[in-house]
Design a protein around this ligand. Structure first.
Ligand SMILES: CC(C)(COP(=O)(O)OP(=O)(O)OC[C@H]1O[C@@H](n2cnc3c(N)ncnc32)[C@H](O)[C@@H]1OP(=O)(O)O)[C@@H](O)C(=O)NCCC(=O)NCCS
Length: 285
């Protein structure tokens, strides 16, 4: 097995592995990692064929995220995942990132625990499946208007507090790709919540989804559902949020799987998990 840094030409191999795992990412998401810093993105090759991937992204020097940890099912259980993770840690330690974070699937969690990661809080993926007749009428959807720049700045500023670090470069890319999913709720000049959304390979994905109260959370979800033309909608909810289960269940979402937010090092910037209805996604935090 050989570990090397990832390039654009590895994206099709990465897409193959994420399709096998049933994940929702598009090629654009691999590019976000590569553009953020390709020295922190790795592939594992066996006989010249990519059998594993892992990618990292550094958020403003506060912490880094590890995502896209995937190993070909036929090659699992031989240490490829652990070796890739070790390479990510080695790289992030070498550039002195004080904390490494990730959202672990049940398959990944035992590996991360062995490498010194500790659980911070739990997340849950919820999935909504809508029949064609229940989808919003495209003609009633608003035009693809962008959020005015000053408003977007407010949202990005608020996100630094909720998330714990600056990930505005990613959120700007998410907004540019699907501006009609970017949304904020205001009351008497104060922002009560906001959300972004992505069009994945098989589902629309709501997140980050931040709301100060249940009513705001509901409004954001209802607006997203009225703007999404897909039959499948996903969202990765924080279990620390007191009202999110009620909201998604009331709209017909079903529980899909658990995820564990984990960290290694000093977790000095945990953000405000109680404001988080849903994260951006396990690959980005
Ligand atoms: C999680 C994942 C990346 C692990 O990759 P991997 O190369 O199998 O990982 P490793 O071989 O380093 O470690 C797997 C552990 O399970 C054990 N294992 C044994 N047989 C196994 C098998 N057939 N399949 C998987 N794991 C097996 C390994 O022995 C090892 O435990 P150990 O360190 O105590 O020996 C891989 O299962 C995967 O791609 N899963 C789907 C996507 C996913 O959930 N990714 C994690 C995102 S957080």
């Amino acid at each position: 097995m050989q570990i090397r840094t990832m390039t654009e030409t590895d994206i099709p191999a990465g897409m193959r592995l994420k399709d096998i795992a049933g994940w929702n990412q598009t090629e654009a998401e691999w590019r976000i990692f590569l553009n953020a810093g390709r020295n922190g993105c790795f592939v594992a090759e066996v006989d010249g064929i990519v059998r594993g991937t892992a990618a990292t992204i550094v958020y403003g020097g506060r912490f880094a995220w590890v995502g896209m940890v995937l190993v070909d099912p036929e090659y699992r259980g031989h240490g490829i995942g652990t070796t890739l993770l070790n390479r990510c840690i080695e790289y992030l330690d070498s550039i002195r990132v004080p904390c490494i974070k990730l959202d672990a699937t049940p398959l990944g969690k035992p590996i991360y625990e062995k490498l010194g990661f500790t659980s911070e809080y739990e997340l849950e993926r919820w999935t909504l499946k809508r029949r064609k007749d229940d989808l919003p009428d495209r003609r009633q959807m608003g035009p693809d208007e962008s959020m005015p720049a000053p408003l977007l700045e407010h949202v990005l500023q608020a996100d630094r507090e909720a998330f714990g670090a600056d990930r505005s470069a990613i959120l700007r890319a998410v907004d540019r790709a699907r501006p009609h999913f970017t949304n904020s709720v205001w009351n008497m000049g104060r922002m009560e919540g906001y959300a972004f959304g992505r069009r994945g390979s098989f589902a629309d994905h709501l997140g980050p989804w931040i709301a100060k109260d249940e009513g705001t959370g509901q409004r954001i979800l209802d607006r997203f559902l009225s703007q999404s033309s897909r039959g499948v909608v996903l969202t990765d909810c924080s279990k620390a949020n007191p009202f999110i289960r009620r909201i998604v269940q009331a709209r017909g979402f079903e529980y899909s799987r658990p995820l564990a937010r984990m960290f290694r090092g000093r977790n000095e910037y945990p953000g405000r998990p109680e404001l988080v209805c849903a994260i951006l996604g396990p690959e980005f935090g």
